[in-house]
Ligand binder design. Structure first.
Ligand code: OOB
Length: 551
């Protein structure tokens, strides 16, 4: 099935306007990178461990891999589920796919059978890229199990030294003649308005939805965020968050930095010891983290002896950054904090580096592109007066018009005239920046990873002893929120939290979606209309954690 089936394009006249205004440049992401590589072939593009590669080398390696993928029969419109840690292979494979119109689905290494199989079900992906093992988990074994029951999956692509010789190995050094590879792949260049990649949504009900981003729109996303973050050829950018996340991939992340000619440094963990060592060793100038990591770094910087003086700017986003923490992080790390409030669906807001402290510490910024449209509305979709809170709706040149192959969900998540309902409750600050005040969507934001409450509940209902289940966020000093699951057991059963967790693991639940806290209670609180009263459960979860309760 072609990847365009189930993709919602922008209306023709809107697309025409974005092209006329030069926002969509009609170049694929592969071409954007090629042009940059031709301009600065000898600069260092990518560092992973002791591996350093120049723009020329990265460009050649991506072409050689692209030719090898074509040789296996993969090409324009085919989908590959990519589940790789932050390594050079991730970058090389992504660039290779973008060159020949193979569409990567950006999965996280924490995903397990349930999510991965769901991704294959939606996309009919023909390939799956995995490490052999990662963090004590045998990814190759999981890939083989999935391959055995997924008829569309024909190619397991494996990264890492330990790849068995009979497997398709994603090699750091691809052999062959780059000129020959280049001419063999040229006829396979995709169209700039084709879907280039599929991101996973954080903010929806039920199973993760997929977000198709086109070459045109994602190139703008990367370029506009790189501009606002002051990324140049002299930037050395640390990828400390999962590379598959939009924030680390293109806000500005890997693509924004590569298109600007800077250097990308891969870190396989945001832990202070790892990240600080890389910052010192490579004189990193910029990076992006979630508030939980900013907090850990600020604490660790007091006692570790690393030289962090090269660090210039720290983008912080993904969940709410307390103003007090923003103020504390700056002197602790010797950086300027730039708050980022973005979403895989599109819209990215950033504070600007030269904004006054009140704005940089106390708001989540403003759109990065002048053609981003925003509205703040009440529950009847009427605009609220300036300064009042309401739900944020958005439309624009890099915001999707529909989730991928999800028509029923789209009818709720988008208005008839194409506005995306973000589910975020915001207010317009007098400075013209947005302040995120809460959300209407039923998700848990666990240290920046968004998890649908409904999805957790459905896993719980899979256990034979569960009669009622409700998942709510519970406040956590480090992660912001953790997952708290309330259970009512069926008569004469006594499921223990351990048994429930074990059941969910066996059912293939992603590692980061397993409940942090499980309470078995005798009766669910209900509202007047008989629905489970989640507000009461949230209050209870906070109380049990010993936190003050904010209504
Ligand atoms: C980023 O993207 P996603 O897709 O994982 O999550 C989007 C949602 C937003 O709708 C909002 O609910 C929340 O995450 N969020 C924030 C926030 N940034 C994101 N909530 C409060 N304050 C913030 N600064 O999380 C993402 C993508 C690109 C850049 C930055 C973050």
């Amino acid at each position: 099935m072609d990847v365009r089936t189930g993709f919602t394009p922008w209306p023709d006249e809107v697309a025409r306007r974005y092209r006329e205004r030069g926002l969509w440049r009609g170049r694929t992401l592969g071409t954007e990178f090629r042009e940059r590589a031709e301009r600065t072939p000898d600069r260092v593009a990518l560092i992973d461990g002791d591996e350093r590669r120049t723009y020329r080398n990265l460009d050649d390696t991506a072409d050689l891999l692209a030719a090898r993928l074509l040789g296996r029969g993969l090409g324009r419109g085919d989908v590959v589920v990519v589940q790789l840690p932050n390594t050079a292979e991730f970058v090389i494979l992504t660039l290779a796919c973008l060159r020949i119109g193979v569409v990567p689905v950006m999965a996280l290494t924490q995903h397990r059978q349930a999510d991965i199989r769901h991704l294959f079900d939606i996309t009919d992906a023909r390939a799956y890229a995995v490490p052999t093992r990662y963090r004590d988990f045998d990814h190759l074994a999981m890939a083989d199990e999935i391959a055995a029951r997924t008829p569309s999956l024909r190619h397991v692509l494996v990264a890492g030294e330990a790849t068995p010789p009979d497997r398709f190995r994603l090699a750091i050094r691809e052999d062959g003649d780059p000129t020959t590879a280049r001419s063999s792949i040229r006829p396979h260049t995709p169209a700039p308005d084709d879907p280039a990649l599929l991101l996973l949504s954080g903010g929806t009900t039920g199973r993760p939805k997929l977000i198709a981003r086109t070459h045109d729109d994602y190139a703008l996303n990367a370029r506009a965020t790189a501009d606002v973050c002051g990324i140049t050829e002299n930037t050395v950018y640390l990828i400390a968050l999962p590379a598959a996340h939009n924030f680390a991939l293109a806000c500005p992340g890997i693509l924004g930095v590569l298109f600007a000619g800077g250097t990308v440094v891969m870190s396989d963990s945001p832990a202070p010891d790892r990240a600080f060592a890389l910052i010192e060793r490579h004189a990193v100038t910029d990076t992006a983290v979630v508030p939980a990591v900013a907090h850990r770094w600020a604490e660790a910087a007091r006692t570790t002896g690393y030289d962090l003086s090269s660090l210039r700017a720290l983008a912080v986003g993904g969940s709410r950054l307390a103003p007090e923490l923003a103020r504390r992080v700056e002197p602790a790390l010797g950086v300027r904090v730039q708050q980022g409030f973005g979403m895989a669906e599109g819209l990215i807001n950033y504070t600007r580096l030269d904004d006054p402290d009140t704005v940089r510490h106390g708001t989540q910024g403003r759109p990065v592109c002048p053609d981003d449209e925003i509205r703040i509305v009440d529950p009847s979709d009427r605009d609220v007066p300036d300064g009042h809170t309401g739900e944020l709706l958005t439309r624009g040149p890099y915001t999707i018009r529909g989730y991928y192959r999800a028509p029923e969900h789209n009818a709720r998540a988008f208005t008839a005239d194409g506005w995306y309902r973000t589910g975020d409750i915001v207010r317009l600050h007098p400075s013209g920046n947005l302040v995120v005040e809460g959300r209407v969507k039923d998700i848990i934001n666990r240290g920046g990873e968004k998890i649908s409450a409904e999805e957790i509940e459905n896993f719980a209902y899979g256990h034979p002893a569960v009669s009622d289940a409700a998942a709510v966020p519970s406040p956590d000093p480090v992660l912001g929120e953790v997952i708290c699951l309330y259970i009512v057991a069926k008569p004469d059963t006594e499921p223990s939290p351990e048994a429930l967790r074990e059941h969910m693991t066996r059912a293939g639940m992603a590692v980061h979606k397993l409940p942090d806290v499980i309470h078995v209670i005798t009766r669910m609180p209900t509202t007047n209309v008989g629905k489970i009263d989640k507000a009461a459960l949230r209050t209870d979860a906070a109380r049990r954690q010993g936190h003050a309760i904010h209504p």
